[in-house]
Design a protein around this ligand. Structure first.
Ligand SMILES: Nc1ncnc2c1ncn2[C@@H]1O[C@H](COP(=O)(O)OP(=O)(O)OP(=O)(O)O)[C@@H](O)[C@H]1O
Length: 234
């Protein structure tokens, strides 16, 4: 598709020789926001890990602004502007919050000061070590760290998972702020309503394939369809 920022064409990938996702085709415009929904284990994380270059690609292509980046390694993809907030957060436990944010920072809009303004909790905690943070604070730090890389597209893998309601709300507020900027977002999330609220389009996966596509707002209104597709009510 002309003007697509990210385009996946017939993508098939997995771990080693085993296929987890197949026949995945989708197109995301510059600044587009996409929710990736589906039951546990259907391949959502594998899909975004494949965009990042972290799985075994068994077929198909990943295009970035029209260029085939299927053969590029994860760090090259990061340099192109693809940011990733992994499910397991990967905070450096023995570095301070500030050091975690500075370690991979690249010049751009998201300076340390802007990240601290968006995420005041991190400013308060800047001298604490990674291991001293709560799960929610680690999630904020993982998001903040991805922002300091100044991506143009942010891949988020279940950012609300395991968070207490107050912390989940704080993370969600942060994501709303990011969604209001012109950064593209692909979000995998079990809390379907939250993912749909901050995105324009949604795809639903089952057993490694895309089984439904819909504007997010339409799926948000049609709770019966959403529940039938994902097994998760709102
Ligand atoms: N590192 C890995 N090595 C081998 N198989 C894996 C690996 N990670 C995931 N899988 C397998 O790939 C399949 C899809 O997992 P994936 O994590 O992509 O699903 P998901 O939809 O994101 O689910 P969840 O919400 O539980 O994370 C599962 O069968 C899983 O066991």
């Amino acid at each position: 598709m002309a003007g697509a920022q990210l385009e996946l064409i017939g993508l098939r990938a997995g771990y080693g020789p085993s296929t987890v996702i197949e026949n995945i085709s989708l197109s995301l415009p510059e600044g587009g926001r996409l929710a990736l929904l589906g039951r546990n284990g259907v391949g959502k994380s594998t899909l975004i890990r494949t965009v990042m270059g972290l799985t075994t690609r068994l077929g198909g292509q990943v295009l970035w602004r029209g260029r085939d980046i299927s053969g590029e390694d994860p760090s090259a993809r990061a340099r192109l502007g693809i940011g990733w907030v992994p499910q397991e957060r990967r905070v450096f436990r023995n570095l301070t919050v500030r050091e975690n944010l500075e370690v991979a920072a690249r010049p751009g809009h998201w300076t340390l000061e802007r990240v601290f303004t968006l995420l005041p909790r991190l400013r308060e905690r800047q001298r604490n070590l990674g291991w001293q943070l709560s799960g929610g604070e680690q999630q904020l730090l993982a998001i903040g760290r991805a922002l300091t890389l100044n991506p143009v597209l942010l891949l988020l893998d279940e950012p609300l998972e395991g968070l207490a309601p107050v912390m989940a709300e704080l993370v969600l507020d942060t994501l709303r702020g990011i969604a209001a900027s012109n950064m593209g977002i692909v979000i995998v999330e079990q809390h379907a309503a939250d993912a749909l609220e901050i995105t324009q389009d949604a795809i639903v996966m089952d057993r490694g394939q895309i089984v439904a596509r819909s504007p997010s707002a339409a799926l948000l209104r049609d709770t019966e369809r959403l529940e039938a597709l994902t097994g998760v009510g709102l």
